[in-house]
Design a binder for this molecule. Sequence first.
Ligand code: ADP
Ligand code: MG
Length: 256
Amino acid sequence: MSAITIEKIEKTFGATPVLRDVSLKIADGEFLTLLGPSGCGKSTLLRILAGLEVQTGGSISIGDRVVDGVRPKRRDVAMVFQSYALYPHMTVAQNMALPLRMRRLSAWQRLSMVGGLLPGTKPVSAEIELDVMRTAKALGIGHLLARKPGQLSGGQRQRVAVGRAMVREPAVFLMDEPLSNLDAKLRVQMRAEIKELHNRLGVTFVYVTHDQSEAMTMSDRVAVMLDGELLQVAPPQEIYDDPDDRRVAEFIGSPK
Ligand code: ADP
Ligand code: MG
């Protein structure tokens, strides 16, 4: 069973090809990392998976469903961005509750509560509050729920961003360089936390990084990307020991 099937994805911005014939099957529960230098097309591919960007050609399936043209919220994926993308005027609790509130309310309720998203205007429902609290505790940010993002450290903000993805209980986590804004020590600690999260939830992770050691330590398989192409998809050790081509070897710095 394959959680995600990426078939012959092409993407051009104007006349510039950014993704070329990208095909990849990701297994259910796998931790797959897209590894490549800045500008090679990693974020574009992840955004296409999330439905935030539309491919020029090719097709994406998630589970048994072709999701081409399906809106991001209906894809059963949650994305964590490098920049955290938290709302500065909302508390941690409100930021984390946002996707749940949107999902659990009927369309009519959603319409009637516009404005309720502003701080202090409407309490979140008890059930949602409980979910948010449980998740926040699991991530060690239970004591920060009433703060605003501006009052948090980088690591705490990062945990809030992960927490907001978690409360949706998605089948697939998409993470775009989630650790690159953190200092080196915290980065190593957060690697372990994300791995722990993956083990605990057992769902599929597609993780993007340009950091080789991150990719090598965290992944079941690594997909090496250069200039919009996937050059090799294999377990970390194999990429290192047996690079398929000179460009992979050069990028990885292995002997071949
Ligand atoms: P990565 O995440 O690997 O650094 P990106 O997917 O962000 O790479 O970008 C790949 C290429 O596509 C880059 O050359 C970038 O400038 C270009 N690109 C990305 N988004 C856009 C866009 N919205 N419009 C035009 N060019 C873009
Ligand atoms: Mg990127």
